[in-house]
Design a protein around this ligand. Structure first.
Ligand code: DX5
Ligand code: ZN
Length: 230
């Protein structure tokens, strides 16, 4: 995977919430591949952000996939609402419980891609027995809850381990990283085997005029001129 151009999924958590539609359009125009939506409930994580109504409001502003990261527990009662609102990828934490396998099956049955998110303290093997039911694995390189935190380099080994697990399984699972991704840490993630990168602060810094440069700086990570991973 190293050397391939990574998928860039800007996290709207770092955007101007008062101008969400405009911000979403601006990052799509600047070259974003996906749009990452951080959903927090004030219980599973300490912060509260947005719900399905806001996802629905963003949907008509962009045509790129909406990459919805659920930091809520339980997640199951809300899956349908997020899918109906326009989520293309729905990712859940195993700790949100109670049955990860069932949750992933439900997400797929709704027609979305199903993702599993691993907290920094969660072992990579947590996904070992649901590999057939997952389309994406998201490695948290910060503790979930807030944007603007520093990248935990301890997670690079986990990315490597997951890359090996995915390759050994021979399944086409997208390996994504979220938290503290900068041009420098993006390069490390891609070298470790990541195919997709979430970035909030590093994309939205400097205002709309800087978004295209910010995104290409992150993408430069995978080698210029390479084609985006599907
Ligand atoms: C943290 C969120 C991240 C966050 C990333 O709980 O899942 O998606 O917005 O923000 P940065 O890129 O600023 O670390
Ligand atoms: Zn996220």
């Amino acid at each position: 995977m190293s050397g391939r151009r990574p998928i860039i999924s800007p996290s709207i958590l770092a955007s101007d919430f008062a101008r969400l539609g405009e911000e979403a359009r601006a990052v799509e125009a600047a070259g974003a591949d996906w749009l990452h939506v951080d959903v927090m409930d004030g219980r599973f994580v300490p912060n509260i952000t947005i719900g399905p109504e806001v996802v629905k409001a963003i949907r008509p502003h962009v045509s790129i996939p909406l990459d919805v990261h659920l930091m809520i527990a339980p997640a199951d009662p809300h899956l349908e609402a997020f899918r109906a609102a326009g989520a293309d990828i729905i990712s859940v934490h195993p700790e949100a419980g109670p049955h990860l396998s069932r949750t992933l099956q439900r997400i797929r049955a709704l027609g979305a891609k199903a993702g599993v998110v691993l907290n920094p303290a969660t072992a990579p093997e947590a996904i070992e027995w649901v590999l057939d039911e997952a389309d994406l694995i998201l490695v948290m390189s910060v503790n979930p809850g807030f944007g603007g935190q520093s990248f935990m380099t301890s997670q690079l080994k986990k990315i490597e381990r997951l890359r090996a697990l995915i390759d050994a399984a021979g399944r086409d699972i997208i390996l994504e990283v979220d938290g503290g991704v900068t041009a420098e840490t993006a390069r490390q993630c891609v070298e470790a085997g990541a195919a997709a990168l979430v970035a909030g602060t590093a994309v939205f810094k400097g205002g709309a005029a800087a978004y295209a440069d910010n995104i290409s700086a992150l993408r430069g990570a995978g080698g210029l001129g390479a084609k985006a991973a599907e």
